[in-house]
Design a binder for this molecule. Sequence first.
Ligand code: A2P
Length: 305
Amino acid sequence: MTATLKLTPTIQMPAVGFGTYLIKPEEAAAAVKTALELGYRHIDTAEVYRNEVGVGEGLRAFLAESGLKRDDVFITTKLWPGNSAWGMTPRTYATTLEAMNTSLANLQLDYVDLYLIHAPFDPDERREQWRAIAELRRQGKARAIGVSNFTGAHIDELVAAGLPKPDANQIELHPWSQKPDLVAYLEANDILPIAYSSLVPLASWRATPGQESAKTAQMRADGAAEASPFRVMAERLGVSEAQVLLRWALQRGYAVLPKSTSAARMAQNLDLFSFALSDADTAAIAEMDRGDGVAWSVGDPTRAR
Ligand code: A2P
């Protein structure tokens, strides 16, 4: 297990990235700067998070103070594809190209390291969005390209249209949503799995009122239980439950994107290389799958047709 993962034959990605979903626009610059100061070298944002401007400001401030260069930090953003089922106009080929220019302007960057389609909503349009994203890579605006919340069937459609294979698929992955078939597909096709919402099983996950999700009352009770298996493992290893969950993903070969607005938690979430889950721990976690992800209140978006 290493601190970087192979994204393409020529591009390595830091395995631990800083997630920014639910970081408010006005707080993003400070949070990103703090994360970079603590050692994160991979930041994940998205058009729909509405904090790209702050992410770009935090990055610039850090680079100016540290003397590091743009290419010392790995930056991901995502195209919001629209969704006609929700009354939102789907992005076309042309408006995908425009959306990328807006994201780059917001971030004050010439290129991102990874550009993703955020979800597989409208079937015809997602192919055109992907065609545009392949063009953006050709133009040098994205070094690597991928998808998020796509299944193997969604990815097969793109490849069947004669388009490139995605380099990565960012999906909700944690012990309660292990997606074994999808992960096997990604591994067989050399597509890097990037895990989001690794910390869903924690009692502290999105505990602030107004942070909607589909996490059930049962899951909340299980996460808070004194005998939670993650708590037992954490106590034995002398780490936190968050570190157990993140380490599990790294041992599976997934990149992780923990988000926190607390510097202490940010630091803890990067400290994943001085302990390991045992085979017994990983075997126990393998039995904990509960099916679909819960991070989206509308249900797991990999279910899109
Ligand atoms: P906070 O930002 O208050 O630290 P996601 O990555 O799915 O968006 O969610 C991350 C959630 O997990 C947030 O609610 C975050 O809260 C919480 N969190 C992040 N790191 C830790 C940690 N080390 N211990 C406990 N909770 C954490």
